[in-house]
Ligand binder design. Structure first.
Ligand code: NAP
Length: 322
């Protein structure tokens, strides 16, 4: 591979795709192409100080073998159709849909938590799944606490911004009058749980490699443009004081502890790369319980940034093998 990889961003006109292009430009990548559906083929999207012309993401285009790395942020059905074609043509594929996240044999990766798993994909089809935008910050916080004192049980309540539901929903919120703002649960029901709540549990268990970890979630959409927040109650195997939990999290990668009287907010997290964590305190309702609150940018660490970090691990892995 040349020193600069040839990169394709698929879903380049979407909420995640536009942030992906901005981050790639910031990081100095310049061999980048933008792909989306036939609806926006031929339109232009910003790329640093330039623009890219959007190409249609046909199987023929993605299977041509002239791209080293594809970053997919399209829906699950489009990913199921396009990712195998790109992979068969030899490209590394990082997919942000649900298509591969829980499928056996596909790594589901948060680099700070289980980055080594990404490299396993180089032995097979080079496809790595990027987790859900609430799972990523949650595991960034749970992993260091688990290493310190063993995580036994987790309860979480989310406050998720509309950008998590895509560019059209951002546009709808921008045009909604404040009197119409509401809190909603706009996911698909799987019995008495939403699919978002089920994903948060299953993905967290897979990433932490704790298949039986009890995790109960209530996911809520709030009228905020960017930034997801989570109230988290963690029961630990061993006692850990709030001060020691805070110290553990201060040392954790990609985590920034917000000291009282401050607290994490979506506005403070938006545009930032780190997961903001605060309100770290004893959970009076549990033995060895710690309660905390986090906010993170769902389009950056929750999606585009995490995927680019996965891709960079894979590109390093390929270079190391060459
Ligand atoms: N938003 C988040 O915070 C977040 C976080 C993690 C993961 N994700 C996942 O990332 C994916 C995209 O989310 P988003 O929020 O960016 O959605 P979005 O704003 O609705 O954008 C969807 C993008 O996919 C493209 N697309 C749709 N169908 C396609 C097809 N058949 N072929 C090629 N391109 C197609 C769209 O192109 P057109 O302009 O041509 O329609 C658009 O660029 C979803 O799977 C989502 O679950 C999102």
């Amino acid at each position: 591979m040349d020193s600069q990889p040839r990169i394709g961003v698929v879903g380049a006109t979407g909420a995640v795709g536009t942030v992906t292009l901005a981050l790639l430009a910031e990081r100095g990548y310049d061999r980048v192409r933008a792909f989306a559906s036939s609806r926006s083929a031929g339109s232009r999207v910003p790329f640093g100080l330039d623009e890219l012309v959007v190409e249609e993401a046909t199987p023929a285009a993605l299977g041509a073998g002239d791209v080293d790395l594809f970053l997919f942020s399209v829906g699950t059905s489009a990913s199921r159709e396009l990712v195998p074609v790109a992979s068969a043509a030899g490209a590394i594929c990082v997919d942000k849909s649900s298509a591969y996240r829980l499928a056996d044999g596909y790594p589901l990766v948060v680099p700070e938590v289980n980055g080594r798993r990404a490299l396993e994909s180089l032995e097979r089809d080079r496809i790595v799944a990027n987790p859900n935008c609430c799972t990523i910050p949650l595991t960034c916080v749970l992993k260091p606490l688990h290493d310190e004192a063993g995580v036994r049980r987790v309860r979480v309540s989310t406050y998720q911004s509309v950008s998590g539901a895509g560019a059209q929903r951002m546009d709808a919120l921008a045009h909604e009058i404040p009197a119409d703002h509401d809190l909603v649960m706009d996911w698909t029901w799987e019995g008495d749980e939403s699919d978002e709540e089920a994903k948060l549990r299953a993905e967290t268990c897979k990433i932490l490699e704790l298949p039986d970890l009890p995790l109960s979630a209530t996911c809520v959409r709030v009228p905020v443009m960017v930034g997801h927040s989570e109230a988290v109650w963690v029961e630990l195997e061993r006692p850990l004081s709030p001060d020691d939990a805070a110290e553990t999290l201060r040392e954790a990668p990609s985590v920034r502890v917000i000291e009282l009287p401050g607290f994490p907010t979506p506005a403070a997290a938006a545009g930032e790369d780190e997961v903001l964590v605060g309100r770290i305190r004893r959970d009076a309702a549990a033995e060895n319980g710690i309660a905390l609150y986090l906010s993170s940018d769902n389009l950056r660490k929750g999606a585009a940034l995490n995927a680019i970090q996965i891709a960079e691990l894979l590109l390093e892995g390929v270079a190391a093998r060459a």
